[in-house]
Design a protein around this ligand. Structure first.
Ligand code: NAD
Length: 435
C-alpha cells in the first residue's frame, strides 16, 4: 500500500541542529529523515522505530579467586523481515539496552543497503574485558551463550565480533552452542578463526570496503586515485587496511594517527611499513619519533586540506564544533558514527560528500555473510574469491546509492538510508502483518 511521503514527528525536523544524545535517538532520527523521502506505509515506519525483541540476561561466572560475579548481557533484535538477525557482540562497561537497540537498527540498514538477506541485531555484556583473565572471559562467553541460546542460531540470529570481542570469543561461542546441540554448528556465529569455519579475508574486509568506496567516490568526482591525497584517523583494523590498499592503488596517504596523535607528510607516508594497531598497539607515534616525522594532533588531522578524509577510529569525532573547519572534499566513514547528526547537516550544506558508514564499512558484514554461506555449505572459499565477491557486492551497493543521489538530489547518507528503507519496507508490505 503506497501512501504520501511521511511527515517528521513534531519533535524532529530534518535539519534539527540539536545533537541527539544516544545511538538510539540518532538511529530514530535517521529513520524519520529517510522516511520523508519515500512514499511508504507510515505503519511500517512505526514498526521500525522499535526493536522486535530485546533480551536481557544475567551472566554469573566464577572468578579465578573462587568468588562469583554477575554481569548483565543484552541481545537486541530489531527487524528480521529480510532474513535472520545479524550483528556484533560488544564487551564494554558502557553497553546499555538502548545502545544495543540503536546499533541493531543500524545493522538492519547496513544489511539492507548491501542487499544481504539478514536483519539487524546487536548485543553485549556490561563488563570491562581488560579486567578479566582469559579464562574468565571464556567462562563469561560460554555462560552468556547458554543464556541466549534459545534466541540465536544459524537461521535465527547470528552474532559476530565487536568492541572487546574477537575471533577467539566467537570460537568459544560456537563451541558452547554446538556442545549443547550435540553437533558442530559453525553457522551460528561469524568472525571465527578460519580453522573452525571462519572466512579468509574477514578481518581485512571493513578496511577493504572503505578503500573500494573511497576509490569510487574519487572517480565520481573525476579524480583518479593517483592524484588523490588521503588522511586516515585511526590505524587499526579498518584504518590500516584501508590506508594500505589505497596506497597500493596509487593514492598518497599524507596523514595517519593512533590514539596518541597523528603523523603528517605532504609527500606521502610509507604506510605499509608502519605497524597497525593489531601488529603493535600505538606504533604510529613511536614510528614518528624514530623517523623524525612531523606530528600533529588528531583534531588537526581531521581538518587537513586533503581530497579524502577517512575517520576510522571512534564515533562522534566530526561534530558541530569542527564541521565548519573540515577541508576535505570527501569524507568516507570507516568508523561507525564518526559524524554527528548536526555536523552532517553542516558538511552537506558545504558541499562535502559524506559517504556513510552503513555503506563504506559494510565489507565486514558482507564477508560475514560469505562466511555463513561457506559454513552452511561446508565449503571454504579462497581469499581471491572472497575479495572478488566483495568487490562486486560493494560496486552494486555503490551504484544503488549513487542512483538515489542523482534521482533525488539528496546526500549520500540519505540516499543509503533510502535504499535500505525501501527494501525493508517493501519486504514488510509483501509479507504483511501476521496474524
Ligand atoms: P582498532 O582497535 O583495530 O583500531 C582503532 C585505532 O584507532 C587504533 O589505531 C587506536 O590507536 C585509534 N584510536 C583509538 N581511540 C582514538 C581516538 N580517540 N582518537 C584517535 N584515534 C584513536 O579498531 P577497528 O576495528 O579498526 O575499529 C575502528 C572503528 O571502525 C570503530 O568505530 C569500529 O566500530 C568500526 N568498525 C570496525 C569493524 C571491524 O570489523 N573491525 C567493522 C565496521 C566498523
Amino acid at each position: 500500500m503506497a501512501s504520501e511521503p511521511n511527515a517528521l514527528p513534531p519533535e524532529t525536523t530534518a535539519n534539527d541542529s540539536a545533537e541527539p544524545e544516544t545511538a538510539l535517538e540518532t538511529a530514530r532520527r535517521q529513520l524519520a529523515r529517510a522516511a520523508t523521502h519515500l512514499e511508504i506505509d507510515p505503519n511500517v515506519v512505526e514498526r521500525l522505530e522499535s526493536p522486535a525483541k530485546v533480551h536481557e540476561v544475567s551472566v554469573p561466572i566464577e572468578r579465578d579467586d573462587g568468588s562469583v560475579a554477575t554481569f548483565t548481557g543484552y541481545r537486541a533484535q530489531h527487524d528480521s523481515v529480510r532474513g535472520p538477525y545479524k550483528g556484533g557482540l560488544r564487551y564494554h562497561p558502557d553497553v546499555t539496552r538502548d545502545e544495543c537497540v540503536g546499533l541493531a537498527m543500524w545493522m538492519t540498514w547496513k544489511c539492507a543497503v548491501m542487499d544481504i538477506p539478514f536483519g539487524g541485531a546487536k548485543g553485549g555484556i556490561v563488563v570491562d574485558p581488560k579486567a578479566l583473565s582469559e579464562d574468565e572471559k571464556e567462562r563469561l562467553t560460554r555462560r552468556f551463550t547458554q543464556e541466549i541460546r534459545d534466541v540465536i542460531g544459524p537461521t535465527t540470529d547470528i552474532p559476530a565480533p565487536d568492541m572487546g570481542t574477537d575471533p577467539q570469543t566467537m570460537a568459544w561461542l560456537m563451541d558452547a552452542y554446538s556442545m549443547q546441540a550435540g553437533e558442530t554448528i559453525p553457522g551460528v556465529v561469524t568472525g571465527k578463526p578460519p580453522i573452525v569455519g571462519g572466512s579468509e579475508g574477514r578481518e581485512e574486509a571493513p578496511g577493504r570496503s572503505v578503500a573500494i568506496i573511497a576509490r569510487e567516490a574519487c572517480e565520481y568526482r573525476g579524480l583518479g586515485l593517483e592524484d588523490a591525497t588521503v588522511a586516515v584517523q585511526g590505524f587499526g583494523s579498518v584504518g590500516a587496511n584501508a590506508a594500505r590498499l589505497l596506497e597500493e592503488w596509487g593514492a598518497t596517504i599524507v596523514a595517519i594517527s593512533d590514539v596518541n596523535g597523528a603523523i603528517y607528510d605532504s609527500n606521502g607516508l610509507d604506510v605499509a611499513s608502519i605497524p597497525s594497531h593489531d601488529e603493535e598497539p600505538e606504533a604510529v607515534t613511536r614510528v614518528a619519533e624514530e623517523r623524525d616525522l612531523e606530528t600533529i594532533a588528531n583534531e588537526a588531522l581531521l581538518e587537513l586540506d586533503v581530497d579524502v578524509l577517512v575517520p576510522a577510529a571512534v564515533g562522534n569525532v566530526i561534530t558541530e564544533d569542527n564541521a565548519k573547519a573540515i577541508a576535505a572534499d570527501i569524507v568516507v566513514e570507516g568508523a561507525n558514527g564518526p559524524t554527528t547528526f548536526a555536523a552532517d547537516t553542516i558538511l552537506d550544506e558545504r558541499g562535502i560528500d559524506v559517504i556513510p558508514d552503513i555503506l563504506a564499512n559494510a565489507g565486514g558484514v558482507t564477508v560475514s555473510y560469505f562466511e555463513w554461506l561457506q559454513d552452511i555449505n561446508r565449503r571454504a572459499w579462497s581469499l581471491e574469491q572472497v575479495n572478488a565477491e566483495l568487490e562486486s557486492e560493494m560496486i552494486d551497493a555503490w551504484n544503488d546509492v549513487r542512483t538515489e543521489v542523482e534521482d533525488r538530489d539528496i546526500s549520500w547518507r540519505d540516499a543509503a538510508y533510502v535504499v535500505a528503507l525501501k527494501r525493508v519496507a517493501a519486504a514488510h508490505e509483501a509479507r504483511g502483518l501476521w496474524p
